[in-house]
Design a protein. Structure first.
Length: 391
């Protein structure tokens, strides 16, 4: 049986990025995705390539700096998929974050962007506030405009995967991992594909299965302890309301979270929530509580659009992504968003990814490939992902 360098389990944005980066570095790659490429969490995010302004509140400075750097790279590498878009932050007399706190945060955001032109922000004069169609003006004290980027998350994932395939990666969709036997010299990966059980030997395995990451751990022989995590659902609502001209960054009127009101395919997209799931069975669906939460916030800021009941009649679609977050006390909103790359002394040929962000998938991929190089040695690179367009 031939032994390849790496089997990657999971065809979301992290799996796609690792496949591209590893193939570019000269490694032989097989990627297995149990469904469609980019069909789960990576198709159901908030569609943003952003630095994460709110992460400054929880001190995640390195994550913000890295995210802003990656935003700049993706705007350059995938200009047809990643577009700069203005964000607006309205501040009211009842807001938990006053205008001076917002200004300080945006100043820090600008500095961390290394004075990228997109790092500039401004306070809009009051005469321009009414240009944000339908926004409540009563009690409004300031409106800040800054810049981040938006993308089609599924299309981006699929484009990165095509790049990986162009660089030599073998990619199989509808191929489900059945078992991983870890030995001192290699891993033997069994998977179901086209009604057959196939076995592939690999020098290492990357578990990038997203919300199903611990399901893959359960298939290991010998067994390995799982990381304690929460599965956190983020729901979005697409409303049959003409798209706003930019993205509204809104403080929830119910708690300390922030939500976005965004343009999407000519309509208005609301998101997101943070609902901890007991388990993940089948396709995640928005709950009644999540729908009421998002519509309540929208009605608070756009009262002229009608009652919650009237808004609910305008829902065209709902979709949910599921994040993997460390199990900690307190609100999931405040938990770290840094990805956890987990290895084990007992299973040295396996790396498991817990969490991660769409924006920083390239950084994650490079870290994983550095780990592979430490295990397998370097290969002769065939491409540089920092200059390879994502088409």
């Amino acid at each position: 049986m031939d032994t390849i360098d790496v089997v990657i389990i999971g065809g979301g944005i992290n799996g796609a990025g690792i496949a591209q980066c590893a193939s570019a570095a000269g490694y032989s790659v097989l990627l297995l995705e149990k469904g469609a490429i980019g069909g789960q969490t990576s198709a159901n995010s908030s569609k943003l390539i952003h630095g994460g302004l709110r992460y400054l509140e929880t001190g995640q400075i390195s994550l913000v700096r890295n995210s802003l750097s990656e935003r700049r790279a993706l705007l350059r590498l995938a200009p047809h998929l990643v577009k700069a878009v203005p964000f607006y932050i309205p501040v009211y007399d009842t807001s938990q974050r006053n205008q001076w706190a917002i200004r300080a945060g945006l100043t820090a955001y600008s500095v961390l962007s290394e004075f990228d032109p997109l790092g500039r922000f401004t306070s809009l004069p009051a005469v321009e506030w009414s240009k944000i169609t339908g926004l409540k003006l009563q009690g409004l004290k300031a409106v800040f405009r800054y810049w981040d980027a938006q993308t089609d998350d599924k299309a981006l994932t699929q484009a990165v995967m095509r790049s990986a395939q162009d660089l030599g990666a073998q990619v199989l969709s509808h191929a489900e991992c059945d078992a991983i036997v870890h030995t001192p010299d290699y891993c033997e990966v069994s998977y179901l594909y086209q009604d057959d059980l196939v076995v592939q030997r690999a020098s290492c395995v990357i578990n990038a299965a997203g919300p199903w990451v611990n399901d893959v751990i359960e298939s290991l022989v010998p067994p390995m302890a799982k990381e304690h995590v929460d599965l956190v659902q983020g729901s979005h609502l697409l409303l049959d309301i003409p798209a706003p001209s930019g993205i509204l960054y809104l403080e929830s009127c119910f708690d300390n979270r922030v939500v976005f009101v965004m343009p999407w395919k000519g309509k208005t997209l609301l998101g997101t929530t943070e609902t901890i799931l007991d388990k993940l069975d089948g396709k995640p669906e928005s709950t009644r509580e999540e729908i009421s939460y998002l519509l309540g916030i929208y009605k608070h800021y756009f009262p002229a659009q009608g009652s919650v009941e009237q808004l609910e009649a305008l829902i065209i679609d709902t979709f949910c992504g599921v994040r993997v977050l460390p199990k900690l006390n307190g609100s999931s909103f405040d938990r770290p968003r840094e990805i956890l790359l987990k290895t084990s002394i007992t299973h040295p040929r396996l790396m498991t990814l817990y969490g991660g962000k769409l924006t920083t998938f390239r950084t994650t991929s490079k870290e994983v490939v550095r780990w592979m190089a430490s295990k397998l040695g370097k290969r002769i690179s065939i491409a540089d992902v920092d200059i390879t367009p994502i088409l």
